[in-house]
Design a protein around this ligand. Structure first.
Ligand code: NDP
Length: 334
């Protein structure tokens, strides 16, 4: 029987390419959790995803009610079968907005969608997933949340949750930032990614042993052509993929990035919990797996997968615990 694999933000970029890769293995039935169901259906067809290998379901992460409704509908759809894999991939990035935009619940959108929506979603599914063997949760991270790396550490601004003064005050309008300081779009995204990666470590500490679920994060490489950069200026969108490809070597094509994310839930090698998966070596458009004839995970990829180190900011247990407690409160889970 196929595994039941849920992917958020499966209507574009990394999520869509991952959904397509998984559906084509024949080993997964993919639930594409999308804010725009019609778009999800259209792009799944464009990607030639096999019929009966997926379903598109409504999930608006900017609404905690929509997260709850999604889980309700998912449970009705799948009945007693547990969810095997959950991939939290959806995100927004708003580097040029001068003012914050808010979710239905009054969170600043990058933190609300990228972190709080997913935080509630995972927590609502842990029980169900504990009934499955080899269950895996992957929350897509980023080096932008990793102050050890060039992309995360040197490129201004840095992620910094401070002492979570903003979360302490409820994290809702007019409070835009985790640290309670004035809105700064590029930093809000990085902060949300640090919360994503901290959530993985906390999930591991809290639930891995008792449920057997593996919790991981991953960095796909820089997919400079996705819609994530839609708010950047045209010259940037043209120069950035080139820069990443020829100067930093961090560039990865969308299809291959999708295969990397798929590998994290599909490859027996990736069953380990509390890992931040990354790939080294040159990304290749034509997967190297074809050369040795051994498919790696869902089609394999050019770079070699390895267990990357979390940044000190992400490993800061005290802040992670506080982040968890305050997120529980903000999401109304108590
Ligand atoms: P895209 O913008 O192409 O995809 C983002 C997805 O999230 C889309 O499907 C979008 O839906 C969905 N989404 C946005 N807001 C909501 C919402 N409120 N509710 C539900 N779904 C929503 O970006 P990428 O594919 O590049 O990004 C995917 C992940 O990869 C993110 O977590 C990002 O942080 C991460 N990442 C990306 C990197 C890159 O270089 N691009 C590098 C490192 C990490 P819709 O299709 O309707 O817009």
């Amino acid at each position: 029987t196929r595994k039941l694999t849920v992917i958020t933000g499966a209507s574009s970029g990394l999520g869509l390419n991952c959904a397509a890769a998984l559906s084509k293995t024949g080993r997964h039935f993919v639930v594409m959790a999308c804010r725009d169901v019609e778009k999800g259906k259209a792009v799944a067809k464009e990607m030639n995803m096999p019929e009966n290998s997926y379903v598109v379901m409504k999930l608006e992460l900017g609404s905690l009610q929509s997260v709850r409704d999604f889980v309700f509908n998912l449970k009705a759809f799948k009945s007693a079968r547990p969810v095997n894999n959950l991939i939290c991939n959806a995100a927004v990035y708003k580097p040029t907005d001068p003012e914050p935009a808010w979710t239905d619940d009054g969170f600043e959108q990058s933190m609300g969608i990228n972190h709080f929506g997913h935080f509630l979603l995972v927590n609502l599914l842990v029980d169900d997933m504990s009934k499955s063997k080899d269950a895996r949760v992957c929350i897509v991270g980023s080096i932008t949340g990793n102050t050890n790396t060039v992309g995360g550490g040197l490129v201004y601004p840095q992620a910094d949750l401070g002492n979570l003064q903003g979360f302490e005050k409820g994290a809702k309008q007019p409070i835009a930032m985790a640290d309670g300081k004035p809105f700064f779009g590029a930093k809000a995204y990085k902060d949300s990614k640090v919360c994503n990666m901290m959530t993985v470590s906390e999930l591991h500490r809290r639930y891995h042993e008792s449920t057997g679920i593996s919790f991981s994060s991953m960095y796909p490489g820089c997919i400079a052509e996705t819609a994530l950069f839609r708010e950047k200026r045209p010259w940037f969108r043209k120069a950035f993929p080139w820069f990443m490809k020829y100067v930093t070597g961090g560039y990865v094509g969308m299809e291959e990035a999708g295969q990397r994310l798929a590998q994290v839930v599909d490859d027996p090698q990736c069953a380990k919990s509390d890992v931040y998966w990354s790939w080294n070596g040159g990304a290749q458009t034509v997967g190297r797996w074809a050369e040795d004839g051994k498919p790696r995970g869902a089609g394999g990829s050019g770079g070699e997968i390895f267990e990357n180190a979390q940044s000190d900011a992400v490993r800061d247990r005290k802040t992670a615990m506080k982040m968890w407690e305050l997120s529980v409160k903000a999401c109304g889970m108590t």
